[in-house]
Design a protein around this ligand. Structure first.
Ligand SMILES: Nc1ncnc2c1ncn2[C@@H]1O[C@H](COP(=O)(O)OP(=O)(O)OP(=O)(O)O)[C@@H](O)[C@H]1O
Ligand SMILES: N[C@@H](CCO)C(=O)O
Length: 323
């Protein structure tokens, strides 16, 4: 359940009154998501016919100083025809306001559901949508460093403490030690970069059948290697949830969909096996850190780091999957 903050009806009505979206009709807390508090808001709309929005309250893990990047990027991509929700600006033109001392944004509601067992058709559509984001993001003027790049993985792994990884699984420390050293030594510096989503898991894509209706949760977006974003999406979409079973049909469909919109250069393609190992390390590192630092009786369910350790081993042992 991800509504960390209680907002009273009067407070919500007052907030909605700051936007030109009609009067508040209802507000329902949304259970999904772990980072921020989200509500589905219904208003009367301009013409009384009703309108829906997402209200997000940014909790501690989101830096307020980074909101102009995230929200500006959503508006930029939406304006260029990507299926990304635009932010609703208040009457004074601001993309976010403060309520109870925390930043809040009103965001366009997009239809669709997150799939848990994607089909090849859906993987292809996601590949196409990701490539469109990469093309549309080329002229986004703001920059944000990726704080979860190779140095960030090392920081998270160091934060797991001596013996921490082996406490999760006896073979984890050795796998991470060898792979991290290799990735840090070989990480490419000369591949094309742009703004990337960096977390395009199925739960961040809203779909109806094979159509992508919404790409959401841009709160890890940053300026980084474009093909790394494809590698992240590959790691997120082309395995079962436990990371045990690789789905070659989804992999082929995702890559074909991507290249139907944006062709990979030979250098990008040949870097994909390494970038995919990096992508697996990124989620292994954040999950292992959270695994060890989240009390077992906490409000949120911890995500399994081993699901990405298996992906990491798979990519290490099967570089040919991107051939
Ligand atoms: N623009 C939108 N249109 C429709 N539904 C949305 C939209 N944004 C978010 N949602 C719904 O709200 C849920 C939570 O949003 P989100 O995943 O962004 O939460 P979070 O806590 O910010 O992130 P995280 O997934 O990292 O925990 C989503 O699963 C989705 O169902
Ligand atoms: N999508 C990530 C959480 C955000 O970093 C994961 O599944 O581990």
């Amino acid at each position: 359940m991800a509504v960390y903050t209680h907002l009273g009806a009067e407070q919500l009505a007052g907030l909605i009154g700051e936007f030109d979206v009609g009067a508040l009709r209802s507000a329902k807390g949304i259970a999904e998501g772990v980072q921020n508090s989200n509500w589905l808001i219904e208003t009367t709309g301009h013409d009384g016919a009703g309108a829906r929005f997402i209200l997000t309250m940014y909790e501690e893990r989101t830096e307020v100083s980074e909101l102009p990047f995230f929200l500006g990027l959503m508006d930029h991509l939406s304006a260029r025809g990507c299926p990304v929700p635009a932010t609703i600006h208040d009457r004074a033109g601001a993309a976010f306001r403060r309520l109870d001392g925390k930043p809040v944004a009103l965001i366009e509601f997009l239809s669709g559901v997150s799939v848990s067992e994607p089909t090849a058709g859906q993987a292809r559509a996601v590949g196409e949508a990701l490539a469109r984001v990469h093309l549309a993001g080329q002229d986004f003027a703001m920059r944000r460093a990726n704080n979860l790049g190779p140095e960030g993985w090392r920081r998270l792994i160091d934060g797991c403490g001596p013996g921490g990884l082996d406490g999760i699984d006896p073979a984890l420390g050795a796998l991470v030690g060898a792979e991290l050293a290799d990735l840090l030594a070989q990480w490419p510096a000369d591949l094309p970069g742009s703004v990337i989503h960096a977390d395009l898991f199925p739960d961040n894509v809203l779909m109806i059948d094979d159509t992508v209706c919404g790409l959401i949760d841009f709160y890890f977006a940053c300026t980084d290697i474009i093909a790394y974003d494809l590698a992240v999406t590959h790691a997120a979409w082309c395995f079962d949830a436990t990371g045990t079973r690789f789905a070659p049909d989804l992999s082929a469909a995702l890559l074909a969909g991507y290249e139907a919109v944006r062709l990979l250069s030979p250098a990008e393609r040949s870097a994909l096996p390494l970038l995919a190992r990096g992508a697996a390390m990124r989620f292994l590192a954040s999950r292992a850190y959270d695994w060890l630092h989240t009390p077992s009786d906490a409000f949120v369910t911890r995500k399994d780091p081993l699901a990405f350790a298996r992906r990491l081993s798979f990519y290490r042992d099967n570089p040919g999957v991107f051939a």
